[in-house]
Design a binder for this molecule. Structure first.
Ligand code: URP
Ligand code: ZN
Ligand code: ZN
Length: 474
């Protein structure tokens, strides 16, 4: 294991800076940043003509998620290796409660899956699928001892994951007491269930009906509703995987009353569209996810939302299922497991399609891929930046290497790629995790169990300060 590294001649990029510098790391942390550093390091890396980005943080992944009668195909080992190849050094996965069981039992289960297996660093969001008198009592300890300060709720997936508004409000209140924040999958579950039943009655069973039964309005309605619930109680809020113009407009509306809403989109919603559901035969199943891919105008709106600081993070919602799993819904779209692979390609796609096509700046790229997630989810400045004292999580990124994404070459444990054949420019050449070279020239150098569990601090600490300064509500 390397004890010290000297990275020479890179162009260091953070959310606010861009300058040529050498970086010296000692043990797990960044020690010194400066020009012409002359440390006696164990290893020297020449990063000439490369960017140095903070290690990516993917705030939305589902490794080994039991879901819709099957289980997401990437384990914490395979999924985090794939993430590292693509410059992601930390993930936040969802420990999702089984209805009827305690929250703690889900946390224990997720630790059993991840501890000793994850290769990159990892934290958890708490997925609350049943908020009642018993689970209410668990919230304090989860925030204060388990280092989990975000509580995910589902406004869809009725009968399995969805909770009602009364429960959401109760959870917002309880989490708020201990510095926690509710984060939400926003789709109106009842509206969707009705549309799905109607489609099935009419014999409309092919993959495109997944898209047609989960309309934009169902997402916008739920987004607006939860924003109002947060506003009413002055609670913070984070919207996961926002996909469309109408939902974005609910976030925009909230700013007019000085409400701050944190919003995430995913790389697929920025780059792919609904036409994929019209692919021949059962092909469209590859992109079955919830919410579904949207229209060109929604992609344009999301890019604008990024430019207007209404969208703060770009995640993946990595939740892969192989084609034999997707085929569980060959004769009924509602049985196709929802989710796609993507963790490996987030940074390279966003760089190639966002930075090189001049939709976002380099600083914005860093903000979206790591800094904002670290700040919102209580890991900054240990994670999410390149600074003395921070964890030495660094991506040495060559902006000139061109390559093609394919299931033949990706590291996802999934037999198809959602971005098959996409040509990208820019590659994560060397990836450093806590001062150790994890990936170098397409070779993984660390093994299962290298990843550490990250306890996160409470959201409200920073947020309360901000609220005092700005006078902003919620
Ligand atoms: O289709 C999706 N997004 N699958 C994963 C579960 C979720 O809703 O995030
Ligand atoms: Zn979701
Ligand atoms: Zn998800």
């Amino acid at each position: 294991m390397v004890k010290s590294l000297l990275i020479k001649n890179g162009l260091l990029v953070t959310a606010v800076d861009k300058y040529e510098a050498d970086v010296y790391t000692e043990g797990e942390q960044i020690h010194t940043i400066g020009k012409n550093l002359n440390f006696n390091a164990d290893e020297i890396i020449d990063a000439k003509n490369c960017y140095l980005f903070p290690g990516g943080i993917d705030p939305h992944t589902h490794m080994e998620l039991p879901f819709m009668g099957t289980c997401a195909s990437d384990t914490f080992e395979t999924g985090t290796i794939a993430g590292l190849y693509g410059g992601t050094t930390t993930i936040i996965d969802f420990a999702i409660q089984t209805q009827g069981k305690s929250l703690k039992s889900a946390i224990d289960e997720w630790h059993r899956k991840a501890d000793g297996n994850a290769v990159c660093d990892y934290a958890f969001h708490m997925g609350v699928t049943d908020f009642n008198k018993n689970t209410q009592k668990e919230i304090k300890e989860i925030c204060e001892k388990d280092g989990i300060s975000s509580f995910k709720i589902f406004m869809a997936y009725k009968g399995a994951l969805m909770i009602d508004d009364r429960q959401i409000i109760g959870l917002m209140k309880e989490a708020g007491k201990y510095g926690g924040m509710v984060i939400s999958h926003c789709e109106n579950g009842d509206m969707i269930d009705e549309l799905v039943s109607e489609a099935k009655l009419k014999g409309n069973l092919s993959p495109v009906y997944h898209y047609l039964t989960r309309p934009e309005i169902a997402e916008a309605e739920a987004t607006g509703r939860i924003i109002d619930m947060a506003y009413q109680g002055s609670h913070p809020l984070y919207i996961v995987h926002m996909t469309c113009e109408a939902a974005l407009n609910r976030v925009r509306e909230a700013t007019k009353r000085n409400q701050k809403v944190n919003a995430e989109t995913c790389i697929q919603y920025l780059l792919l569209d609904e036409s994929l559901y019209e692919s021949p035969g059962f092909e469209g199943a590859k992109w079955i996810m919830s919410p579904p891919l949207r229209k060109e105008k929604d992609r344009a709106a999301l890019w604008s939302g990024i430019a207007q600081n209404l969208v703060h993070t770009v995640a993946t919602d990595h939740c892969p299922f192989c084609m034999d799993q997707k085929r569980m819904g060959i004769s009924d779209f509602s049985k196709i497991p929802n989710g796609i692979p993507g963790i490996e390609h987030r940074l390279e796609l966003l760089f190639s399609e966002g930075v090189l096509k001049e939709k976002i700046s380099l600083n914005k790229f860093v903000e979206l891929t790591s800094t904002q997630a670290a700040k919102i989810f209580g890991m900054f400045p240990k994670k999410g930046t390149i600074a003395a004292g921070a964890d030495a999580d660094i991506v040495i990124f060559d902006p000139n290497i061109k390559h093609t994404l394919s299931a033949k070459t990706h590291h996802h444990k999934c037999d198809y790629s959602a971005f098959e054949g996409w040509q990208v420019q820019g590659k994560c050449k060397t990836v450093i995790l806590r001062g150790t070279i994890a990936i170098d020239n397409a070779q993984a150098l660390i093994k299962k169990g290298f990843g550490k569990y990250i306890k996160r601090s409470q959201y409200n600490k920073e947020y309360k300060k901000e609220k005092e300064l700005t006078g902003a509500i919620s």
